[in-house]
Write a protein that binds this ligand. Sequence first.
Ligand code: ZN
Length: 104
Amino acid sequence: MITKPYKNEDEYIWVQELQQRLAKLEKEQQTESEAEKLRLKETHWMHCPKCGQKLAMEKCGSVEMDVCPSCKGVWLDAGELGTIVESAGQGSFFHTCLKIIRRR
Ligand SMILES: [Zn+2]
């Protein structure tokens, strides 16, 4: 029996495009100096990437989410999406996202 890795062609194209965008960003970040990386971290640490306001930490089960009180955005640290996805089960949208992230 032949199994398809993706549910349909649209999902396959979406995964390919996402991987290309992530690879491009990773390559751009590799060219930044360590001093620039440190400056960016000090400037943006625990601030919302959408509106720039200070983030608050909210515990949700075993995950600590960073929540923006201003725009209501929610941000996760590395590995936290995996924790959420594993509780959602195989075949979910989140599970597909996690497969992409872990391939990198
Ligand atoms: Zn915000």
